[in-house]
Design a protein. Structure first.
Length: 58
């Protein structure tokens, strides 16, 4: 399992999750957190995920 912290705008993080991670057949997203505000900025948020390597089907 890999734990990932993403930082960016909400739109950038959603784009990354939907376009990059969700479409990658080698990655299985196990858990996604809510968005958390970053201190000192209103534009950027952070988001945490747990990711596993997808099991290969034979």
């Amino acid at each position: 399992m890999i734990k990932v912290r993403l930082q960016g705008t909400r739109e950038e993080i959603i784009w990354f999750r939907e376009q990059i991670l969700a479409r990658n057949v080698n990655v299985e997203i196990k858990e996604v957190s809510d968005f958390f505000n970053n201190k000192g900025t209103r534009n950027f948020v952070r988001n945490y995920m747990e990711i596993n390597r997808a099991k290969r089907k034979r």
